[in-house]
Design a protein around this ligand. Structure first.
Ligand code: ZN
Ligand code: ZN
Length: 375
């Protein structure tokens, strides 16, 4: 068996099957789709392949079943769940009238990984980490992941044979290869690098937590892997569900949606209501993860990316989110660490002080104008 026919250690299961399919039509082709369990919940074979499928693949390609099951995302990351998998679409839990489309994975890519494949004269392949919604930077290169062609903006691509050399990833719309770096990323890298590194370091902690690794306690004091994941997930939900204070949420997003993170792509998508991290496009995902990092990671600093930092992100979140939702969350010790609970309480006190100062200033101004009008 040629080295290229073997799965790469960091490869997504479906990527390996697609590569094998080019030479040998597989018998299970039609079945490699999301499926529902007995309770009606959706799963994807790239995350949790069914045993029958693993054995069918093993028999077809003369490979050990263990080797195949180890490629599954659920094996690499034991704590991965739907909110941390990147989906194009995920059916809601409540019944929907009519037919429901199957969920499909949103697969991003790292242009530097693809460029390395090309330089090494190796076939392009999809890394398992490119479908993890907790990541917006390549963990290997700390380079922004992309989900749209930098030439035409299409999100539709395939890996196929090139005129010369091994297969490469091409845009289906403009037919350009996708290993070229984003020009905006190259332009902003010098200034944005320290900021990118902070977010990538936070994402590395999330990635570790997905693999059941306890977070670094200097940065995430008294926080378990489960709490770090739940806190991240909950902050995203609090942001997506604050319909009453949209102006404040926009203020927070404007601060983080800088070209250093969006690469000047439009964050035109609203933050999805259900599973915001999992369903957001990559530029929006990067902004949301930056907000989570600013709130949860004690080593996070924005550096000189913004001229003025303003209120801490946690103070803004405490104003944006509904008080009852925040109360419920911080009391749940399985989901929220005692550290974050204390920080939320401090943020609320700071917000109250700001509110009192604002009211005092307002009262002084009113008195001054009253005084002027009576003199
Ligand atoms: Zn990379
Ligand atoms: Zn294109």
């Amino acid at each position: 068996m040629s080295a290229w026919l073997e799965p790469f250690a960091d490869e997504l299961l479906s990527s390996w099957l697609e590569r094998r399919r080019r030479g040998h039509p597989p018998p299970f082709d039609a079945n490699f789709r999301a499926y529902q369990d007995a309770k009606g919940h959706w799963h994807h074979p790239d995350v949790h392949p069914q045993q029958a499928m693993i054995h069918a693949i093993a028999a077809r390609y003369d490979a050990a079943p263990d080797k195949i099951s180890h490629l599954a995302l659920g094996f690499r990351y034991r704590k991965i769940s739907d909110p941390f998998i990147a989906w194009h679409y995920f059916p809601p839990d409540y019944p929907v009238w009519g037919s429901i489309p199957q969920p499909t994975l949103r697969r991003a890519w790292c242009s530097r990984c693809l460029a390395e494949d090309f330089a090494a004269d190796r076939t392009a392949y999809i890394r398992a980490d490119w479908v993890v919604a907790a990541l917006s930077f390549c963990p290997r290169h700390r380079w922004p992941l992309l989900d749209r062609c930098i030439t035409c903006g299409s999100g539709n691509w395939t890996i196929k044979r090139a005129t010369r050399g091994p297969p490469r990833m091409f845009c289906n719309n403009c037919h350009r290869s996708l290993e070229r770096a984003h020009p905006k990323a190259l332009e902003v890298e010098v200034v944005a690098r320290p900021f990118w590194d902070k977010i990538a370091a936070f994402e590395a902690a999330l990635r570790g937590a997905l693999g059941e690794k306890v977070p670094n306690q200097f940065r995430f004091n008294n926080t378990s892997a489960r709490q770090l994941l739940e806190e991240t997930s909950e902050i995203c939900l609090l942001l997506s569900r604050c319909h009453a204070r949209l102006a404040l949420r926009d203020l927070l997003f404007e601060r983080f949606a800088s070209p250093a993170l969006t690469l000047s792509q439009d964050c035109y998508q609203d933050l999805p209501y259900e599973m915001p991290l999992a369903l957001a496009e990559v530029p929006l995902r990067r902004c949301v993860l930056a907000i989570c990092a600013a709130i949860l990671d004690s080593s996070f600093e924005t550096g000189n990316v913004w001229e003025e930092d303003g209120e801490p992100a946690l103070d803004l979140l405490a104003q944006i989110a509904s008080d009852s939702a925040v109360d419920r969350f911080v009391r749940d010790r399985r989901a929220c660490s005692s550290t974050l609970e204390r920080q939320v309480s401090a943020a609320r006190q700071r917000n109250e002080r700001r509110e009192r100062i604002w009211q005092l200033r307002h009262a002084v101004k009113s008195l001054e104008s009253l005084f002027r009008s009576t003199v």
